[in-house]
Design a protein around this ligand. Structure first.
Ligand SMILES: Nc1ncnc2c1ncn2[C@@H]1O[C@H](COP(=O)(O)OP(=O)(O)OP(=O)(O)O)[C@@H](O)[C@H]1O
Ligand SMILES: [Mg+2]
Length: 292
């Protein structure tokens, strides 16, 4: 899984670079056209498609654990309740959602969009497993993982966690499906219905945040996902690398933009540099040496 993840991450990274080229050149074209030109709507479509592809790439990068994330200290109850209306829309009216927030759960620290990604993937899977009328229960609580639990659950580390539990009354899973659940591209859905990246993404997010996932399921008996996220503590946070959050500002320096890919050389220049900056545009290693 690790090597497939790395491969997919590498492909996603290169693909993302191409997308930056497409988006950048679409912007350059747009800027050079008069405001009322009919090509604007076509260029807007190119930008929309490229942005949608970038979203897919972000999913791939997330599960390959290379996504740039912005962790924040969160109350998981707030994060879940803020998503419930949207989630209900996603799964339709035939599925009843029960929300059981734990009393005053301790804070956790992760990128809020990752909570959204976890919930969205679990809810869509639950909807597909229910395939009609059924129930999803979401609950939070505090949990202590002790040595005995960790001995029984490889990958878990002892400590204090906030538990996010998502249960459904769907079709459940066989042992074979359970064994492969988090593998990238593992799906039991028809071609075109599932990519098999949903739970790989969830797994990547939970690992990235030093959490742990436990799943219990049996055919015809529904499924429960338990996601343990470590409790945020200021002391531990202080020991990790501090960032001032300040954006560095230029003081008239020259930026040399070098890339072996002509597409990015042109488009990236526009994004990276303010108009007044001195711009040197050279292509290929000779150009770069000449400029250096
Ligand atoms: N709640 C669930 N109940 C029953 N089976 C599930 C559940 N969640 C996941 N599965 C099984 O695990 C497989 C992998 O899930 P995953 O979310 O990774 O991919 P997918 O849903 O098939 O496709 P994608 O999420 O990329 O659209 C599913 O195809 C399904 O067989
Ligand atoms: Mg899925």
């Amino acid at each position: 899984m690790e090597s497939v993840g790395r491969l997919a991450g590498g492909v996603a990274h290169d693909f993302n670079n191409m997308l930056m080229g497409i988006l950048g050149y679409a912007d350059l074209c747009r800027d050079s056209l008069p405001a009322e030109h009919p090509m604007h709507s076509d260029l807007d479509e190119i930008t929309k498609c490229a942005n949608r592809s970038a979203e897919l790439t972000r999913q791939l990068l997330a599960f390959a654990r290379k996504q740039i994330i912005q962790p924040k200290v969160l109350d998981l109850n707030d994060a879940v309740s803020g998503m419930l209306t949207l989630l209900q829309k996603l799964i339709g009216e035939n599925i009843k959602v029960t929300w059981m927030p734990g009393a005053n759960p301790p804070p956790v620290k992760l990128d809020p969009s990752q909570v959204d990604q976890i919930l969205t993937n679990l809810f869509i899977n639950a909807r597909d497993a229910i395939g009609g009328v059924g129930k999803i229960t979401v609950a939070t609580s505090s949990a202590t993982l002790d040595r005995a639990f960790c001995d029984d659950h490889p990958g878990a580390s002892p400590g204090e966690y906030v538990l996010l539990r998502v249960s459904d009354t769907g079709c459940g899973m066989t042992k074979d499906v359970l064994a492969n659940l988090f593998e990238p591209f593992f799906t039991t859905k028809d071609i075109g219905k599932g990519t098999g990246l949903g739970l790989a993404t969830v797994h990547g997010i939970v690992m990235q945040n030093h959490g742990f996932i436990d799943v219990s399921s049996e055919p015809d008996k529904g499924t429960t996902f338990r996601i343990y996220l470590p409790v945020y503590s200021e002391e531990i946070d202080k020991t990790s690398v501090a960032s001032s959050g300040e954006v560095p500002r230029g003081r008239g320096e020259t930026i040399l933009f070098v890339d072996d890919d002509r597409r990015k050389g042109g488009a990236g220049r526009k994004d990276a540099l303010p108009p007044e900056a001195e711009q040197s545009r050279r292509h290929g290693p000779q150009g770069a040496r000449g400029a250096g």
